[in-house]
Write a protein of this length. Structure first.
Length: 547
């Protein structure tokens, strides 16, 4: 906060630059002042993520104190785009310059700011005039906040320190991996989430005991229902950060009773503050027991749990997504259209084997195991991960999703114990590009997921997303925010085989040499892929995953 015309926008811009230099993702907007002969003439709007700039407001001739400015449609559009869920989904710091009387009264970009405050975990910085600070604090009294003097370097340092602390906490807070959980979310109300859960319990519960879980995530104990409007008091009556109850009736008509009537062994209801999701689900898992097969209804839980499968239901006529679903949409293994009774997805495609939920794909997995492991100093693929070799660990994660798994290697005897086809390079000494070409030629499927043998932890939801995105492309490659891509953790359609062979025939050896000849789609990586190239990286992985 700061006085009017005291340099708040300049300070916010300098903070954005300093945070970006530290490697943080920045989003939001600035409203730089425009002057004419030292007189304030209006404002521009600047998108901090894309640097798009447009005129926002100009002083109205003869305008009074109430409405002194005329706003442009173009500027308002740039601002809405800068604050949209798509623009801010990866941001760690979101700056809004400035939150003034228009927003306090409910106008301007107030709706976008409210949505961000309710849905994102990023640090949100509202630039406010000093005389409005108390009014803004009362408006958002339920949200934890800090006051910073806009034009003091110490304030910028404190914000950077806050970002760094949150980054450390986020890095140290890994997802809970539950392959035995099938999680169902919904884009809106009345699309059949509980009906789908019941159908799955009826189908699989006959042969496997299944526990049902319903999660109600609460943002604030203010009496408001998570679905909007006046609530029933369930949320506001929550005593503590979470509460677990077991359903005992099959006939009460509640969603939990329907799960029990469908054949669930037990059903639990977890009411939990959004800030304590991990704590709540950890406590529930202690009650349920280890290794149980679970069917769970929730959107927000996907932010802390990586289930075996995650389905999101949406209505056929609705394009609107509630914020809790929009935040986790990118994780969905399938988006299913429902009308409350029927669905456009055949649940017969879902499989449950050895306590693990999967949707088998018509695709092949190719594990590249032909490298020399020079930096590691020993064969990476055979390094132990718990009680198995690294390559066995990778195979276990791929089974169930892929009907065919191929090993690209020239030493057939070394990998014979896997019981999988070993595909030798058609011509040796030409690097991994030849390995990919040889394996693609041998694959029985059009779509192929290629992974190196030194990536022991595979986020299968991300792999399934790449498979879905492969339609209409030759190659789908993940890339980080700096443009660094992972060609040995990517999807290659057989249509890429011809250009790959052309590059090899021309003497090319780099995988990137193929890209100019192919239709390539890049997908943003949200978390780094752990390639274990050195002994230090291997030991760090063992410690991190308790392997």
């Amino acid at each position: 906060m700061g006085e009017k015309h005291s340099g708040k926008t300049t300070s916010a811009a300098e903070l954005a630059q300093a945070a970006r230099a530290k490697g943080f993702n920045i989003a939001g907007l600035l409203a730089p002042s425009l002057y004419d002969n030292d007189e304030l003439a209006g404002f521009d709007v600047l998108d901090l993520r894309t640097e798009a700039r447009a005129p926002l407001a100009s002083r109205r001739a003869g305008g009074g104190r109430g409405e002194p400015y005329t706003f442009t449609a173009e500027g308002l559009k740039v601002g809405r785009r800068a604050l949209s869920p798509d623009a801010t989904k990866s941001a760690e710091l979101i700056i809004f310059d400035e939150f003034g009387p228009l927003e306090i009264s409910g106008g301007g970009w107030r709706k976008e700011v409210d949505l961000l405050l309710a849905s994102t975990d990023a640090v949100i910085l509202l630039v406010v005039r000093r005389e409005l600070a108390e009014e803004v604090q009362r408006l958002y009294a339920e949200i934890r906040s800090h006051n910073f003097a806009a034009c003091e370097k110490e304030s910028a340092d404190k914000v950077i320190a806050m970002l760094e602390k949150r980054g450390r906490n986020k890095t140290g807070s890994e997802m809970i991996k539950l392959e035995g959980m099938l999680m169902i979310g919904s884009a809106g109300a009345n699309v059949g989430k509980t009906e789908l859960a019941c159908a799955l319990i009826r189908k699989f519960g006959k042969s496997t005991p299944i526990t049902g879980i319903k999660v109600t995530t609460i943002k604030a104990k203010d009496g408001q229902c998570p679905r909007g409007g006046e609530g029933c008091g369930v949320c506001s009556s929550l005593d503590g950060d979470f509460y677990i109850t077991e359903e005992t009736s099959k006939s009460s008509g509640k969603d939990t009773a329907r799960l029990l009537a469908a054949g669930a062994r037990k059903v639990f209801w977890l009411r939990v503050m959004k800030t304590h999701l991990k704590e709540g689900i950890t406590s529930l898992l202690a009650v349920v027991g280890q290794g149980e097969v679970l069917v769970c209804e929730s959107n927000s839980l996907r932010e802390v749990v990586e289930p075996g499968l995650f389905l999101i239901l949406r209505g056929g006529d609705s394009e609107a997504w509630k914020s809790s679903a929009r935040n986790v949409k990118r994780y969905a293994d399938r988006i299913v259209v429902g009308d409350g009774r029927a669905f456009d997805f055949d649940i017969e495609r879902i499989k449950l084997a050895d306590g693990k939920w999967t949707i088998p794909e018509k695709a092949t997995a190719i594990i590249m195991a032909g490298g020399g492991s020079q930096r590691m100093g020993t064969d990476k693929s055979m390094l132990p991960i718990k009680d198995k070799s690294m390559i066995e660990t990778i195979c276990e994660q791929l089974r169930g999703t892929f009907g065919e798994i191929l090993i690209s290697a020239n030493n057939v005897e070394k990998y014979a114990f896997l019981g999988l086809p070993i595909i030798k390079d058609k011509m040796r000494g030409q690097g991994p590009l030849m390995g990919i070409a040889s394996a693609l030629a041998a694959s029985e499927n059009e779509v192929n997921f290629v992974t190196a043998c030194d990536i022991p932890h595979i986020e299968m939801s991300f792999v399934r997303r790449m498979l879905v995105e492969a339609e209409g492309y030759d190659i789908v490659i993940p890339a980080d925010k700096d443009g660094k891509y992972e060609p040995l953790f990517a999807v290659y359609n057989k249509s890429a085989l011809k250009p790959i062979n052309e590059v090899l025939s021309d003497g090319g050896r780099k995988i990137s040499d193929v890209f100019a000849r192919c239709r390539v789609k890049y997908i943003e990586l949200e978390r780094d892929i752990a390639n274990l190239n050195t002994r230090a990286e291997y030991e760090e992985f063992l410690e991190k995953y308790d392997a």
